[in-house]
Design a protein around this ligand. Structure first.
Ligand code: HPA
Length: 367
């Protein structure tokens, strides 16, 4: 294996100059830089990042632990994390905690043992062991998607990045109420996740602002998976007074709900209206096309990396919670006419908007 000394000899410069070219630590004359790069090419030299890490105590790597990687929401988050990390010269190590608190603690330890510079974690419903570990070992960590409320414990806060959930869910409910629905069911997610809690709060908020009573029987947990969504929808349809409209609290449960409706021979929106949380690539291919809340998933991933890099650069800075806005995407499963409105209202995303649109509207509350 060629070494840095071989490159230096071949280019006729010092090892320090090769190092400055590789690391951008000092300006190097263009001709010298060219000679170094040519020597690197010719010798097929590959920098040994392990050796560099021993000197710098940094690996320029980020550990990402997210469950349900196959879910398009998390896949897009992963794309945002990867692209932004790469832009800043960081590589990724990926782990799937399977939403299991024990496994979560194990994979986080494994990532830490690989000496990642920091972690981005979408915590499980019971993240106590995870939090104890990262605090004990002082691992710079950004929590993603699911917020952790710990103010009562007196523990120092961690950086967090998530999307808005409460207001957008209320918006789905008021939209359905505005179309005349009085019994609106909620297929809620896995208990214990902040996203589930916020979407239930949003559902209640929407009912209250539409002047509708809250009937507990109309909220059934679907465990955030499609089978759970199917089960929850079947339970809602089996009520003595079933809902005339449904709100599903994530993309996987929407698929389950559609299965349950098909099983019963029910058509959307003629027999039952449907609005869902999460927009996904195929949401406008369904018939009818799905009215949905689109989360800025790629942007969430990118923001989490940015917040982590800020933390690495300034370890003592105050912790931040960044919330990015979600958008209402108006289609026709709610029962509105097929043609989408030409002019999107405030907070609405026009049809077929590119994800980059969020960038202009970025940044919610920074607390
Ligand atoms: N959190 C937020 N949104 C989601 C999730 C989740 O775990 N899964 C699918 N959409």
């Amino acid at each position: 294996m060629p070494t840095m000394a071989d490159v230096a000899r071949s280019a006729g410069v010092s090892v320090a100059t090769v190092s400055h070219v590789l690391n951008g630590t000092r300006p190097v004359l263009p001709a010298t830089r060219r000679a170094v790069l040519d020597a690197i090419d010719e010798l097929a030299y590959t920098p040994n990042t392990l050796a560099r890490s021993l000197v710098t105590s940094r690996t320029r790597s980020i550990g990402l632990a997210v469950s349900a990687i196959s879910n398009p929401y998390f896949t897009e988050i992963l794309q945002g994390v990867e692209a932004t990390a790469l832009e800043h010269g960081y590589s990724l190590l990926l782990a799937d905690p399977h939403d299991d608190p024990r496994h979560e603690r194990t994979v986080v330890q494994l990532l830490h043992e690989r000496r990642v510079d920091g972690l981005i974690v979408a915590p499980s419903a019971d993240p106590r062991e995870l939090l104890a570990y990262v605090r004990r070992h002082k691992v710079p960590t950004v929590l993603l998607d699911r917020l952790v409320e710990e103010s009562a414990t007196g523990a120092p806060p961690l950086d967090q990045v998530c999307a808005e959930s409460t207001g957008p869910t209320a918006r789905l409910v008021t939209h359905l109420a505005g179309l005349g629905h009085r019994r609106i069911g909620l297929v809620a997610g896995l208990g214990g996740l902040s996203t589930t809690g916020e979407r239930i709060a949003g559902y209640r908020q929407g009912l209250a602002s539409a002047g509708l009573p809250h009937d507990e029987r109309l909220v059934v947990h679907g465990d955030s998976e499609s089978t759970g969504g199917e089960r929850a929808t079947t339970a809602l349809l089996s009520l003595a007074a079933p809902p005339t409209a449904l709100v599903t609290a994530n993309n996987a449960m929407t698929i389950g709900a559609l299965r349950a409706l098909r099983e019963r021979g029910l058509s959307v929106p003629e027999d039952i209206a449907l609005c869902c949380f999460d927009d996904f690539a195929w949401a406008d291919l369904f018939s009818p096309r799905l009215t949905a809340i689109a989360q800025p998933s790629r942007e969430l991933g990118a923001e989490a990396v940015q917040v982590l890099l800020d933390r690495l650069a300034e370890p003592d800075r105050p912790a931040r919670t960044v919330r990015l806005p979600s958008a209402f995407v108006h289609r026709s499963s709610c029962g509105c006419p097929e043609e989408p409105r030409q002019r999107p209202g405030p907070g609405e995303r026009p049809e077929r908007a590119e994800p980059s649109e969020y960038r202009t509207a970025r940044k919610g509350t920074v607390a």
